[in-house]
Write a protein that binds this ligand. Structure first.
Ligand SMILES: [Zn+2]
Length: 520
């Protein structure tokens, strides 16, 4: 597959020179009025190859007329949604942002912490739990923009709360997400006291209701007499959440005031539908095809609205994904590939029982298992005379004896990583923040997933999870195919450079100058 991909890239690069882009960049590069980050949740880099003949709209326009980085990789091990959304506009890996997972175990309280939840903030117009970036330990390019150009606008939207919140940094003008309890696009009182008028009906209508009782492919959407929370939770697995978010994004572009003057603005739109379809049906299914192909048109529509409202020469788009995904293990096995589906609960119980019996202690040995991180009950073991190092040793042995496990890394391994020359351990380190990460990182074998549902998941450092699209297109961008290895961490400094603000993030980050019309 890899070599086919290279050939296709070579052909694409040759063809690109012959294609006249529909939108010519300005002869003299000028700072864009608007930078738009578009995130496609769970989009593997190779989907451009798989759907090459079927992408005809937004994805095709980005591929044909953007600066396409074909080898963009996340460099941390636990490739999940919150970590990447915290990274994209800050430039920092989880070891810097502190967003080490979608949720993690708090050793002080003995409870789980959601990456963008807040006990201090409520939703507007309802008592529902709000959200805030209080767990995000660094500032974003949006924060730098608000500080240096207070009259600028920074707005984010996603189906998922943590995608909207973490893309927003600390001081956006708004961050909006879908609330399954009400069916509204919502925000929390961290961001505002009232909805701005442009949000309009999105904050008051049940946006999923018009689809209730309709058919999507072979599925009837909703049962019973009226839409409820259960209906809306299942509704997210269809093609329509992306369509609803597109409607919100169009209204945002048309009515919020972004891109209307020379002060740069920043917008981030994160489409979650591909991720939900991947988790529910797997990436090789008619449902997944329908979701991603409809999204191709939604994305095309978003770009056309930007052309009309902001002007094609006045905005820049950065498109990426938060992670890829494994292919469904049953399908991989049918291809003769070693693959498997691991049960999280059964795995945890086996490790707990094995270690307790080996050491002759009473459990629980494990305090929490948020894949791929194990949190150990050191206090319980110590009270029975078992030291930290002995407990680590036995848990590692029990984990590595389970089927589908490649390795278990301890905190001692992380401390000694510099001399270990193990790229997989380096990825664990890049995602490690001591106060929040687990005590043992469980690395599955390639093509093994901890997922009890029917589809697939993500969360490893392997290519299928870490290799994502990264495309820049529009004002200031030199179209072409760029095959050098880059990290999505480079987006934040690059966007900062494009909109003309000083942004200091991770010193390891760099501006992707090779894709810019005027180098700094
Ligand atoms: Zn996911």
């Amino acid at each position: 597959m890899r070599s086919i991909y290279r050939v296709l890239l070579a052909i694409a690069a040759t063809c690109a020179a012959a294609l006249a882009p529909p939108v010519q960049p300005p002869a003299t590069p000028s700072a864009p009025r608007l930078a738009v980050l578009v995130v496609i949740d769970q989009m593997r880099a190779d989907y451009f190859e798989r759907y090459a003949d079927r992408f005809t709209d937004g994805f095709k326009r980005l591929w044909d007329h953007g600066a396409v980085f074909t080898d963009a990789r996340y460099t941390y091990a636990s490739t999940k949604t919150a970590e990447a959304h915290a990274l994209m506009l800050t430039g920092w890996s989880p070891s810097g942002t502190g967003i080490v997972a979608d949720r993690w175990y708090d050793r002080r309280t003995g409870s789980m912490v959601q990456a963008a939840a807040s006990p201090h903030h409520k939703l507007l117009d309802s008592a529902g739990e709000g959200g805030s970036p209080e767990q995000l330990l660094v500032h974003s390019v949006g924060d730098a923009l608000k500080e240096q150009r207070p009259e600028s606008l920074v707005l984010t939207a996603s189906w998922k709360r943590y995608s909207a919140v973490l893309n927003g940094g600390h001081h956006p003008d708004g961050a909006y997400w879908f609330d399954e309890t009400t069916g509204h696009m919502v925000t929390s009182d961290y961001y505002a006291r009232a909805y701005p008028p442009w949000v309009g009906r999105f904050a008051h209508d049940d946006l999923a209701a018009p689809f209730f009782g309709t058919k999507w492919l072979t599925h009837t959407l909703g049962t019973g007499t009226a839409p409820d929370e259960r209906y809306r939770a299942a509704f997210r697995n269809t093609a329509f959440p992306n369509a609803i978010l597109l409607g919100f994004a169009k209204t945002l572009v048309e009515r919020s005031g972004v891109g209307t003057d020379s002060t740069p603005d920043l917008v981030a739109i994160s489409f979650s539908g591909v991720d939900y379809a991947g988790h529910e049906y797997g990436p090789e299914s008619p449902e997944f095809d329908d979701v991603i192909l409809k999204l191709d048109h939604d994305l095309g529509e978003l770009l056309r609205v930007l052309d009309t409202r902001v002007g094609a020469a006045n905005y820049v788009v950065a498109m990426t994904s938060d992670h890829g995904a494994a292919l469904v293990p049953e399908r991989q096995k049918a291809r003769g590939i070693d693959a498997g589906r691991l049960n999280t609960q059964a795995f945890r119980e086996t490790v707990d029982k094995t270690v307790a019996s080996k050491l002759g202690i009473t459990g629980p040995v494990l305090a929490a298992f948020e894949t791929p991180e194990l949190y150990l009950n050191y206090a319980g073991a110590a009270a029975q005379g078992v030291s930290r190092s002995v407990l680590d040793h036995e848990v590692v042995a029990a984990v590595q004896a389970q089927p589908g496990i490649a390795r278990a890394y301890t905190v001692d391994d992380i401390a000694a990583a510099a001399g270990a020359h193990d790229p997989l351990l380096d990825a664990v380190v890049d995602g490690y923040y001591a106060d929040r990460s687990g005590d043992i990182h469980v690395l599955v074998k390639p093509n093994y997933i901890f997922w009890n549902g029917g589809g697939t998941t993500h969360g490893t450092p392997y290519e299928y999870d870490s290799h994502v699209p990264l495309i820049l297109m529009g004002a200031g961008i030199k179209p072409g195919k760029y095959d050098q290895r880059v990290r999505p961490n480079e987006l934040a400094p690059t966007i900062g450079h494009l909109i003309g603000i000083a942004f200091k993030g991770d010193p390891k980050g760099r501006v992707l100058t090779e894709a810019l019309l005027s180098n700094p």
